[in-house]
Design a protein around this ligand. Sequence first.
Ligand SMILES: [Zn+2]
Length: 380
Amino acid sequence: MLFPVKYVDTNLSFLNDVLRQFIQKSVVLTRYTKATLFPAEFIPIHDHARNAIDKKFRNVFLEIKKLDHAEKKRLLRTYINHQRVKKLCEKKTLPKLELSSFPNALQIRLKELGEYLYTSGLKNAAIRKLANGGADEGIDSLLLHSQRYRKENGTVCCFCGINDYEEQLADTVDAKQWRPAYDHYLPKEKYPFAAVNFNNLFPVCYQCNSKSKGAEDPCYCKIDAGRKLSFYPFNVESKGGLFFSYSVNETAVLSNEFWHVELNDDADENQLTWNRVFKITNRVKSRLNIKYKKWLQSELGGNNLTTAELKNQLQNAAVDNMAKKRTTRDGYHKSLTFMNLANMRDELLESIVGALNDEAVPESRDAALEELTELGFEFN
Ligand SMILES: [Zn+2]
């Protein structure tokens, strides 16, 4: 990840407490005793005819009941380990304990329960009110949580620095409002015990969540079947970095191979995991080769700067962009690009600027002027 984020509290973590009590009691009970399995105030919600909560919990209980004593103890240990998200990421000595070593039927029921609690449980109005101690004032939701998270951590995805979190719709009631996707850092398919644990839930951009990461496990790499270290996003020390370099060949300035992107420390297993899970170097490389000319063009601003003046301006722009990496898309990537350009030998930078001037602009300035005039704007 490019920069750490701060944990933002929510009373929705109540649902994780309900799950904890249920698992802890399920491994010792022989009968499905609601009064023991759940907090008393949760039972009316459990029994409510219009939701499937009772069925999801019961299905898991029935499968746990089939385990022998030793297996039940092992399941509890697995539960406890899967709650220690930070430690699983940062300490390879903590065994991951595979859910796959338990009977298939139990795995399926646990996944169904985790999925249900995340997709329906956190939305359930009665659960949300209960999570707030029964008071109407201060009821939380994923939408409200994501808004506070954005205020605290900025609008740019901390895993890639490329995209904003999902934008909000204007003039839309909360029930229909968009919110950023949440990534289950330890994927809920493999860690259903951590499906509603807010130490495992991070707002994330669409590309990182759906295109890059999916159910990829930061703590385990399938390719070499190895337990891996991973950045934990809420640890203030968690910070990956990139290293940009460029071809010294002037003829390559317009090709998609001009820029190269690497991890700034490829001996750091945390960074390797970041790259495996989020495909960061490939994504940034592709983006850089397409975008850098536009970024440079906007710094030139049509002015006839000398190369020395341009380099000075690029250095200033690099600092500005680094300062706003959490609030402006590509801030980090622009910053590194500008520093590289500013430190480039003069002839190469001049050949890039020359190539920019030769590049065809998709729409002419005349056409743009006409379009704005048609929209009713006047030019003085
Ligand atoms: Zn992202």
